[in-house]
Every structure is written in C-alpha cells, then in structure tokens.
Design a protein around this ligand. Structure first.
Ligand code: PBG
Length: 332
C-alpha cells in the first residue's frame, strides 16, 4: 500500500492556499476590550499585575475608545471602580455612579461603539462579594441569593437607562437572568440584550482583576456561587437555564483552561457564545514575554484563535487593542 504522504503539506506550503482553507477566522470584529473605569479626573494608572492595562477616569476612557476605534475594536466591556464602597453596594445602581456616567460619556463621544456593562456587586461592596451578605442562623456569613437579585436588576436598569448596549451579569446568583430580563422589560428596555456569564468558574485566574478592581473577598471565597472547575455537564445546564431565562449570549470564563466547555456549550445550545480570556491568562503571557521566554504576539494570537476555534463567537480579552492592531498591520 502506498499513500501520497504530502497530501496535507501541499496546501500548507503556500501561504495563499493556507489562507484559502483556514477554518477559523480571527478578526477585530470578534474582540471585546474590557476596561476599568475609575472615579476622579485625568486618571490613567497602570494595574501592576496587568502591564498595558490602566484604570481610566472618564476623560481618559473616552480617549481610549478613540484609540480602540482606530484599530477596529468595536466593543468594550466596562467595570467600575467606585470612589466609595459599602455593604449595600449602593454605587452599583446609582444613576450618578462611575459606570452610569462613563456610559453616557462614551455613547455621546462614540455612538457607534458597542458598550457592554458588567453587572455585579463585588466591585462596589465593602466585603468584596458578588451579592448581599447576611449572617445565617448558624452564625455563618453567606451571600443571600434572592436579596441580591433585586439589586442586580436595579443595576442593570440604571446601565440601560444610561445607554448601555448590553448588560453582562457576572455574579452567578441563581435566577438573575430571569429577574433582570423581566425588570428590564417592565422598565421599557426590552431591546437591551443580556450577555450572561453562564459558566463562570471559581478560578485562580481572576487574581489580577481583583487587584485592579479591589474586589478580593474580605472573607471566604466565591465557591458558593461560582462553578467547580471539575464540572462541564453543569456548564451546559447553566447555559440552558440562562437561555430559558432570556439570555441572548452565554459566556464561558476563563477561556483557555475551559476550551472543552466552550465547545460543548456551543454544540449543546447553538446559541451565541462569548469566551472571557481573563486577567490571569493575560498576565501570564505578559510576564513570560517580559522575561523573553515567549513571543508575546505569537502566543497571544495563538490563544485567541484557539478560543475562536473552540466555538466562541466573541472573545473578551485584554489583548483586544493589541490584537486588532496586529491584525490590521498584518493585512496592510
Ligand atoms: C466580577 C468579575 C470578576 C471578573 C469579571 N467579573 C472577578 C471575580 O469573579 O472575582 C474576572 C475577570 C478577569 O479576571 O479578567 N464578578
């Protein structure tokens, strides 16, 4: 028996042929840049553990959006760092809160930019948990799921009222998508989509984000509401429930350690899937590149194309701006 040994190599050897048969496309249209918005004036301070990522006050945020638009990034995901935190996370749903003001400023300066807002309480609560904390009869401090739902819905409504194009609840409380959907509809925001963090794992890769947002829990951890990294079937159940409750896009997070989950959720639902390439995934690449141990651009682009190949429609990544610039330079 003899097989033609060069069947696949024939296509690989010539770049235009390689390009013609490429299965997965990575382009700026699929990327979402997460941004940290902080109170104050003229602030641009780098996050120590995330080189290249800054906390931005509103004027700097608008300037950043101009740069993003120039390289072709069309969507951002906003996280707020409020001037003060309290137990009720009241800055999360304040019409004059940092996110509400940021959304208004961004939409005024860049009406075509897709502005997605993170809906969660952890950045706004003094204890750093994603919901309202109360003491159980047994003396344990615990996040109260149902009390939290009302505040999340209030937060989502205030973002939509400020002009957000979509809201992204990241808290992982049970029933939050349904509650937010119902209350958005009642308030006249039935056209505002929900990008639900459906399969959000209790991950060690969020460390740099928590430094950036000052949202490390004061006590306990998030395992009571975020998912066990050992579970994939559960991710499919979460995604299906969120779709039933009215989610428009379902998200898997983090991305690279969970490529199998992205693929399974995509195949099981057929729904639009977002993947969040999180802070720790970014920082690892940055740190290794700073040592000269890996090629930053090549490793970042390989990571992003892998996330798309796994089945993600949109990729939320701190590399969005750089990747879009690399892609447009590659094309020119
Ligand atoms: C808030 C939230 C977190 C991230 C996104 N939204 C942190 C957490 O759950 O502790 C992490 C994103 C990242 O690491 O880039 N609930």
């Amino acid at each position: 028996m003899s097989f033609p040994a060069t069947r696949l190599r024939r296509l690989r050897r010539t770049k235009p042929l390689r390009d013609l048969v490429r299965e997965t496309e990575l382009s700026a249209e699929h990327l979402v840049q997460p941004l940290f918005v902080t109170a104050g004036e003229g602030v641009r301070e780098e996050v120590d553990s995330m080189p290249g990522i800054d906390r931005l006050s509103i004027s700097e945020l608008v300037a950043e959006a101009t740069e993003l638009a120039a390289v072709g990034v069309r969507a951002v995901l906003l996280f707020g760092i409020p001037s003060s935190k309290d137990e009720a996370a009241s800055q999360a749903y304040d019409d004059e809160g940092v996110i509400q003001m940021a959304v208004r400023a961004l939409k005024e300066a860049h009406p075509e930019l897709v502005v997605i807002t993170d809906v969660c309480l952890c950045e706004y609560s003094s204890h750093g948990h994603c919901g309202i904390v109360r003491e159980t009869p047994g003396g344990q401090m615990e996040v109260d799921n149902d009390m939290t739902l009302e505040l999340l819905a209030k937060t989502a409504i205030s973002h939509a009222a400020a002009g957000a194009d979509a809201v992204a609840p990241s808290d992982m409380m049970d029933g939050r998508v349904g509650t937010i959907r119902q209350q958005l509809d009642e308030e006249g925001f039935s056209d505002t989509p929900i990008v639900a963090y459906s399969a959000k794992y209790a991950s060690a890769f969020y460390g740099p984000f928590r430094e950036a947002a000052g949202s490390t829990p004061e006590f306990g951890d998030r395992r009571g509401y975020q998912m066990d990294p050992a579970n994939a079937e559960e991710a499919i159940r979460e995604a299906k429930l969120d779709l039933e409750e009215g989610a428009d896009v379902i998200m898997v997070k983090p991305a690279l350690p969970y490529l199998d989950v992205i693929r399974r959720v995509k195949d099981a639902t057929g729904a639009p899937v977002a993947a969040y390439h999180v802070s720790g995934e970014y920082s690892m690449l940055k740190a290794a590149a700073a040592q000269g141990w890996i090629d930053e651009r090549a490793a970042a682009m390989e990571s992003l194309v892998a996330i798309r190949r796994a089945g993600a429609d949109m990729v939320i990544t701190y590399f969005a701006k750089d990747a879009a610039a690399w892609l447009s330079r590659g094309r020119a």
